[in-house]
Structures are given as C-alpha cells and as structure tokens.
Design a protein around this ligand. Structure first.
Ligand SMILES: C[S@@+](CC[C@H](N)C(=O)[O-])C[C@H]1O[C@@H](n2cnc3c(N)ncnc32)[C@H](O)[C@@H]1O
Length: 270
C-alpha cells in the first residue's frame, strides 16, 4: 500500500486532526459518523497521529458536527440539484463521498495549494480542486457565479486571521445569486481557549477568532440571515455517547451559554 508523507505547515496540519478524529469514530462499535473512508485514508498517511493526543470527546464532537453539516449539505443539494457546493478549508475531508450529491451539482474543494496537491494524490474524486489562500478572493473567479451555492466551512473560522473570514463571506455573497453558508461556530472564549487544547498546543498553533452571538454575522455586510443554530449537546446522537461523556453532555445541554462553548452548527442564508 502506498503511504503519503504530508509536507504541511502548522495550520494545514490541523486537517490531520479532524481526519484522525473521524477515523477513530469509524472504529467505534457505535460510530456517530461511521466514515470508514476517512479511516482507510488515515491509514495511508505516514504521520504520527498519536502525537495529536485526540481525546474521546473530540472524536465525538468532530464526528457529530461533520454529520450535522452533511445533513445541511444533503438537504440543500436535494432542493437545488443544479447548485455549486464549496467546501472551504476542505483538508482531507471526505464530505463529497458521504453526501453523494445529485449529478448536476458541481462541488469545489478549496484549501491551500499544498493541501489540494496532497488531496489530489491520496483522495481522488470528482470534485473540482482549488488551491488558494482564502484570505484573498482571487480564486472566486474560477467558480461559476450564476448558480445557487451551498458553502460549508468546517473547522476553518478560528484559523482565519483578523477579519478575513468576514471579508471572505462578503466576497462569496456578492459572487452568487443566492445560497447558504454553514459552519461550526466557535465562541470568542472557545477560540481563545483552543490554544491551550493539548492537540492545538502540540501543533504549536495560536488559533484566534470566534463570535458569541449567532446573529453577529448578520452585521458583516454580506447580507447573511441566520436560519438555524443547532446546539449539539442537545442532538439525539448524544444518546449514543459512551458514559461518562453522555451524562456530562446532557448536563451541559441544560445551559445554552455553556453548550455554545462546545460544538454548534450555524446556518445562514444570503
Ligand atoms: C481543522 S482543519 C479542517 C479541515 C476539514 N474542513 C475537516 O473538517 O476535516 C482546517 C483547514 O482549514 C484550512 N485553512 C485554514 N486557513 C486557510 C486559508 N487561509 N486558506 C485556505 N485554507 C485554510 C487548513 O489548511 C485546514 O485544511
């Protein structure tokens, strides 16, 4: 079996963290996402995943947020079978394989050029690959702007510096006639606290930004309108969490403020 040796910068290396978490979930007796392709893919990467020290709660929340974002993408592509899908900061996510969109959907996986090169080699698929730094919007000229767009950004927000995530949403909303943006939210505290997370610490990353009020992106000048906030401590899948994490998650679910510090899915229309 061919083994790939990733040559990635620190921010790019975070894609191995989410890949590893999905792979670990797939190996559980009762997986949340059950993404066996991620498990196979992780097996082909020559990397010391153990150094990431991924804990069971990170496996569960990563799998759950991926599942919920998949549901959003599936619903949108079913309702708009001629749309484009943009997976921003796609890393080595197997989302297109999991969502299996209708044939009329054009899917774009976008990440830094070195990530896209790795992806092309180890995860060939039918998506269009775009190698770009999302802090600039030059790459958008390669994307058709006359179709509705489903834009998904998983695990991206805290790694975008300054107000570049906001600027990117303005450029995206101006490019398409209509669409949805779905992301996993990070509160300011969660984004700040990430740098003390053992895994992020192990990678030496200083992740930065988040927002508390799910309505805040409505003021970014992109014409975003909040459609839904899913608090994942209240998701039915929590019933499948092993103890004591299930009990702890159910306790946390009683407080919206506390729950928001963990995984939540935000969906906006423009
Ligand atoms: C935590 S990983 C998540 C990867 C993938 N979405 C997943 O869930 O497996 C963050 C990803 O965002 C990408 N990323 C961060 N900043 C970026 C930027 N300015 N331009 C392009 N990609 C970026 C990284 O390269 C990495 O692949």
């Amino acid at each position: 079996m061919q083994r790939w040796q990733p040559k990635l910068g620190l921010i790019q290396e975070t894609l191995l963290l989410t890949l590893h978490a999905r792979a670990l979930d797939a190996g559980q007796p009762s997986p949340i996402l059950g993404d066996t392709l991620s498990a196979d893919l992780a097996g082909t990467i020559d990397y010391d995943f153990g150094k990431l020290k991924v804990k069971p709660n990170l496996v569960l929340t990563t799998a759950l947020r991926a599942k919920k974002l998949d549901e959003v993408v599936r619903a949108y592509t079913a309702a708009h079978p001629g749309c484009v899908v943009l997976d921003l900061g796609c890393g080595l996510d197997t989302r297109m394989f999991r969502c299996a969109p209708p044939p009329g959907v054009d899917w774009y996986d976008i990440d830094f050029p070195e990530v896209v090169h790795l992806r092309a080699a180890c995860l060939p698929g039918r998506s269009h690959l775009v190698g770009a730094d999302l802090t600039s919007s030059d790459w958008l000229t390669a994307i058709p702007g006359d179709r509705p767009a489903m834009i998904v950004a998983e695990g991206l927000l805290p790694f975008m510096p300054g107000d570049s995530f906001q600027a990117m949403t303005r450029a995206l909303a101006a490019h398409f006639p209509s669409g949805e943006l779905a992301l996993n939210g990070y509160t300011r505290f969660a984004a700040w606290a990430m740098k003390y997370h053992p895994t992020i610490k192990a990678l030496g990353i200083k992740a930065a930004q988040g927002f508390d009020d799910p309505h805040e992106p409505e003021s970014w000048g992109a014409g975003l309108k909040l459609v839904e906030e899913q608090i994942l401590t209240r998701a039915p899948e929590v019933a499948r969490f092993p103890q004591p994490l299930r009990a702890l998650t159910r306790l946390t679910a009683r407080s919206t403020a506390l729950s928001r510090q963990g995984a939540r899915i935000l969906r906006y229309r423009f």
